[in-house]
Design a protein around this ligand. Structure first.
Ligand code: KG4
Ligand code: ZN
Length: 360
């Protein structure tokens, strides 16, 4: 009898999005059939950031409807009995984020996945969240290794060298704040909402004219591939204090636009310069940009252009913006390649770890 094609239900709840997706094997490649995301951004706007307890409660409410919607691809109705049939009869594997992230949030998706795997006797694949982000860029594509991946999100900033599927060597990471965290903190300083990245980037794009100041590029020339963003945030704070002395407590829009543009320039400059230096050293076949901050236009454009200028025949891969932020399709894509290597587990073998490291 012919084997059933791989059909994965993937679940992701590591931070503030409750997400589920279904991935189907088609001609030996993974295809995304559904990708449902229930965002809690509105819930966290009031506090200017994610309150873990609030996040896990929201996941607990959303998880069953989100999984159901993902299973009933584009049906538009929450027919739970139908979804259970799909789970029983069609889904071959369960994939789930098992870290890193907020433990209360992770546990909701993880235990949902584990329960399904237990009750229906299905194999389960635990996926590192950062690995998921990287696979959002690899997708179905035929990729050649080595790959150099710049992962930039609200919780992480790292440069990873991949010699093959599932083989990770971290060559640089942030010593303090993540790039996205810096965007969120500067947004708070300027009185913008949460998440701050899109708001800062919109303001920055509105800025027209010559910039009159620059922010520092922390540890740009320290000879490592590491990053540091906390000093940059402090520099922005100091500048805001100075500008308020000049313009009054309510900064004019034009001034805020200039701060946003100068800040974005500094972050993008550091990220791109270090990535390109790493590419010159390791000569990858592809450079990947992934994670929530990969939705940033300036970063996408600058890294793409710099990759072209390398003259190494290095490809540039970045996911469409909808797959940059947290989603479950990326978890399912990563799981697909684990399954192809015969790497899956049973429900009683998997563990969740809020500080999970990306390991081979
Ligand atoms: O990957 P992600 O959705 O969640 C984590 O794994 O952390 O990343 C969220 C981060 C937030 O800090 C958000 O401000 C940032 O990505 N972000 C952006 C943009 N869109 C989202 N940062 C800069 N420019 C953007 N357009
Ligand atoms: Zn993420």
């Amino acid at each position: 009898m012919k084997n059933k094609p791989i059909k994965i239900l993937a679940i992701e709840t590591s931070c503030d999005e409750t997400a589920a997706a279904v991935i189907l094997e088609k001609n030996g490649k993974p295809e995304i059939l559904s990708n449902i995301i229930s965002s809690q951004a509105d819930l966290h706007t009031k506090t200017g950031g994610v309150v873990p307890e609030v996040a896990s409660r929201a996941h607990a409410e959303a998880i069953v409807p989100v999984v159901t919607e993902a299973l009933l691809i584009n049906s538009g109705k929450l027919e739970y009995q139908k979804a259970i049939k799909v789970l029983q009869n069609d889904i071959t594997h369960i994939a789930v984020t098992n870290g890193p992230g907020l433990i209360g949030s992770l546990l909701i998706g993880f235990n949902a996945a584990k329960t399904i795997a237990y009750a229906l006797d299905k194999p389960i694949i635990p996926i590192n969240h950062i690995e998921g982000h990287i696979y959002s860029a690899i997708g179905q594509g035929k990729v050649e290794f080595p790959i150099l991946a710049l992962t930039v999100s609200g919780g992480h900033t790292s440069l990873t060298l991949m010699k093959d599927h599932g083989q990770y060597q971290i060559i640089g990471e942030t010593l303090d704040d993540a790039a996205g965290e810096a965007f969120d903190k500067v947004a708070r300083l300027l009185g913008l909402g949460y998440p701050g990245g899109p708001a800062i980037s919109k303001l920055a794009e509105e800025f027209k004219g010559e910039k009159t100041f620059e922010f520092p590029r922390p540890i740009l020339n320290n000879g490592t591939f590491n990053f540091s963003f906390s000093g940059l945030k402090t520099a922005v704070l100091q500048k805001v204090i100075d500008l308020k002395k000049e313009h009054g407590e309510k900064l004019p829009k034009q001034v805020k636009q200039e701060i946003a543009a100068a800040f974005e320039d500094a972050v993008v400059d550091v990220l791109v310069t270090k990535t390109i230096r790493a590419a010159e050293k390791f000569k990858p076949k592809a450079i990947i940009l992934a994670g929530g901050v990969a939705a940033n236009n300036l970063l996408r454009q600058t890294l793409e252009l710099s990759t072209l200028n390398l003259k190494l025949a290095t490809k540039f891969l970045v996911p469409p913006k909808i797959y940059c932020g947290d989603n479950a399709a990326m978890i399912g894509l990563a799981a697909f390649y684990h399954i192809q290597r015969g790497d899956y587990s049973t429900w009683d073998q998997v563990k969740v770890d809020s500080n999970l490291e990306l390991a081979n």
